[in-house]
Design a protein around this ligand. Structure first.
Ligand code: NI
Length: 150
């Protein structure tokens, strides 16, 4: 009979890290404020976040993104430009929510999915369209090992 090590038993690996006391105290205070119940979960999230930012920097892999843009719908032909760009990239834009903010201003949230570089370029183009006053993108990289839902 083969003995199972810790990793095989519960699917995690344990490791020790050395850190200055003040840095650890600051970290503990901040994760408590953020609502973490333990250091391990906070450190796992940090690792995931760091890996995701590295993938974004490298422009590698696939991502989903939420792009919010605000514009004045009567200005500069912006609606026609948005529609034209949207149809050109219909395969990357999977959903759109439009909210009329007031008699003149609109907020549109576009959900994008595709290769990181393509999604970033599309978000940049939509945000830079004449008439778009603000654009903010939030991107989540897809772990290649995890099967992406089609
Ligand atoms: Ni509107």
């Amino acid at each position: 009979m083969v003995a199972l090590n810790d990793r095989q038993r519960d699917g995690v690996e344990r490791f020790g890290i050395s850190v200055e006391p003040q840095l650890l105290a600051d970290f503990d205070a901040e994760i408590k404020r953020a609502g973490y119940s333990c250091r391990s979960e906070a450190i796992r999230d940090l690792i995931r976040s760091w890996l995701a930012s590295r993938r974004l920097q490298a422009g590698a892999g696939r991502a989903v993104a939420a792009l919010a843009i605000a514009y004045e719908h009567e200005r500069r032909d912006v609606v026609r430009r948005l529609t034209r760009l949207g149809h050109r990239h219909y395969s990357e834009i999977i959903s759109t929510v439009h909210i009329h903010l007031d008699p003149h201003h609109c907020l549109e949230v576009l959900l994008l999915r595709g290769p990181v570089k393509k999604i970033q370029a599309l978000a940049d183009r939509l945000s830079a369209l004449k008439g778009v006053e603000q654009g903010k993108v939030s991107m989540i990289t897809l772990n290649n090992k995890r099967k992406e839902a089609q």
